[in-house]
Design a protein around this ligand. Structure first.
Ligand SMILES: C[S@@+](CC[C@H](N)C(=O)[O-])C[C@H]1O[C@@H](n2cnc3c(N)ncnc32)[C@H](O)[C@@H]1O
Length: 485
């Protein structure tokens, strides 16, 4: 039976909510009805779903949802909320009814009494929790708010730890901390059903991760990426710009078998300068495998290999269930590929043995064309590529055009601001059909993102220092290998 639920979100990454929840709905094939059009500014959605089981499934994956509540009432004032709940106690219909106020002409939605009754038996312990958004209340004030619900026929004992039923009361005071109203804009009451996966963000935090690099992906965004890529148990997942492997950690958490590749030998072998402030040298435990071991997912780690993405090493028939990646933008790491600018260059026999190939600029338009073409060839039909895409915000207003490919449908493009002038978008594509060899379509990739980023004065002194030291360490490493660069 369809019921009404409140999804209460964390107030961050608002632009990612829709894409994350839609992806999770499609993983479990759950239909949804929006009772109120989701608004990115408000931290809640009111929806209808076919079963409590489906709510629990959504919550089992979402990192943006804080909690899901079976809604008994939502309205504009505290006194109206109490009137609605009292009316609900008399609503013996199985359905919600709409009660119109003759003076105001507005309809109040009254839930069926069966929802409340189900929580009232003498053997069901309960507690009521109060959450207020954008306004702080003391414990005493919160207790007063709880006592205002004393008319509810809750016959069981109060139990604060692990009760059978948790009832939730929420007051929403808007999103502007400088303009908080006396009374809330919206109030909600209902039965708590499930928490989202916010705890995972702490569990996977980079602060406690064994091996991290300068560009390791924040735990929350990595988990959102794995959700948008719809990674499920047994999937084969690739990150072709793997770095320290943070996206593999997230994909493996949801049961994916993970592969990575990266052009940077130093990064893959944890020989770059330590990223943590105060750490002098890398430890032996620092590696992608070490990270997987830390989270108990080593058995899902296939491997990571040194490889230039512009020269993919995979057999044509190799098929992945998901590709999730954060390509280089040329800001904190260079965008390079193997190559040489000199024409007709040959290597003598003597130099061949220790040869370390030189690199040339790997322009972003070419890189994203290669990525979409690779995904079109190596993803199974219906499977997803999820990748970040850097943008200069000013240009974005003029021409919002993302990389395109005739066999890859763009599903979402959520924005994360990086600075005043730049942002990146998390692009999610779905592979449409197989057996065509059409090349990527032209697009306005920010081929000079790096120059624009620096021209806009976005680099910090710390980044400059880090980069200089990194270049020095790299040069020393190559020197020690007697390599020709
Ligand atoms: C933004 S970082 C990825 C960070 C990674 N998601 C993590 O969590 O550590 C981009 C990575 O792409 C790698 N890269 C740059 N050019 C490449 C190329 N041509 N082929 C493969 N990897 C490349 C860099 O070495 C760098 O590790």
């Amino acid at each position: 039976m369809w019921r009404r639920y409140l999804f209460w979100f964390a107030h961050e990454h608002n632009d990612f909510r829709h894409a994350e929840i839609q992806s999770i709905l499609s993983i479990f094939d759950i239909p949804i009805k929006y009772i109120e059009k989701p608004c990115a500014k408000k931290p809640y959605w009111i929806v209808e779903l076919p079963s409590e089981e489906s709510v629990k499934k959504i919550a089992s994956r979402s990192v943006l949802i804080k909690n899901c509540i079976e809604l008994w009432s939502s309205t504009k004032s505290v006194s109206q909320l109490h009137r609605n709940l009292k009316d609900a106690l008399l609503n013996t219909n199985q359905e919600w009814i709409v009660k119109t106020d003759p003076d105001k002409g507005v309809g109040e939605h009254i839930c069926p009494n069966t929802l409340i009754e189900a929580c009232c038996s003498a053997n069901k312990s309960f507690k009521i929790e109060v959450e207020t958004f954008c306004k702080h209340f003391t414990m005493k004030e919160k207790v007063e708010k709880i006592e205002a619900f004393s008319y509810l026929p809750l016959n069981g004992p109060v139990r604060l730890k692990d009760p059978d039923v948790t009832l939730a009361y929420l007051e929403y005071y808007g999103v502007d901390p400088n303009n908080v109203p006396e009374e809330p804009y919206e109030v909600f009451f209902g039965r708590w059903v499930a928490d989202g996966q916010r705890d995972l963000i702490q569990y996977h935090s980079l602060k406690r991760r064994q091996f991290i690099g300068n560009t390791s992906m924040d735990a929350q965004l990595a988990l959102i990426m794995a959700n948008q890529a719809r990674v499920v148990s047994g999937d084969l997942v690739l990150d072709p710009f793997v770095g320290s492997g943070s996206l593999l950690v997230a994909a493996a958490h949801f049961g994916g078998y993970v592969w990575g590749s990266d052009i940077d030998f130093m990064m893959l072998h944890a020989r770059t300068r330590p990223t943590r402030v105060g750490q002098k040298a890398r430890t032996k435990e620092e590696s992608i495998r070490g990270n997987m071991r830390q989270y108990g997912t080593e058995s899902l780690y296939l491997d990571a290999v040194v490889s230039d993405f512009s020269l993919p090493m995979w057999k044509p028939g190799m098929q992945f269930d998901a590709i999730i990646t954060d390509p280089p933008y040329g800001v904190r790491e260079p965008t390079e590929k193997i190559g040489i600018e000199r024409e007709n260059y040959t290597l003598s026999e003597e130099h061949l043995v220790n040869h370390i190939p030189s690199k040339v600029e790997y322009g972003l338009p070419q890189l994203y064309d290669d990525l979409l073409e690779f995904a079109a060839n190596h993803l199974k039909t219906g499977k997803r590529l999820v990748c970040w895409y850097p943008m200069v915000r000013e240009e974005e207003c003029h021409s919002l055009q993302f990389p395109q490919h005739p066999r890859m449908a763009l599903v979402s493009a959520s924005e994360q601001p990086l600075s005043r002038a730049t942002c990146r978008r998390l692009l999610t594509y779905e592979k449409l059909t197989t057996h065509t060899d059409t090349r990527p379509l032209p697009h306005n990739a920010p081929h000079n993102f790096r120059e624009k980023y620096f021209a806009l004065g976005e680099i910090t002194r710390r980044e400059k220092k880090e980069r200089k030291a990194e270049e020095k360490a790299r040069a020393e490493f190559y020197k020690s290998k007697n390599g020709v660069t």
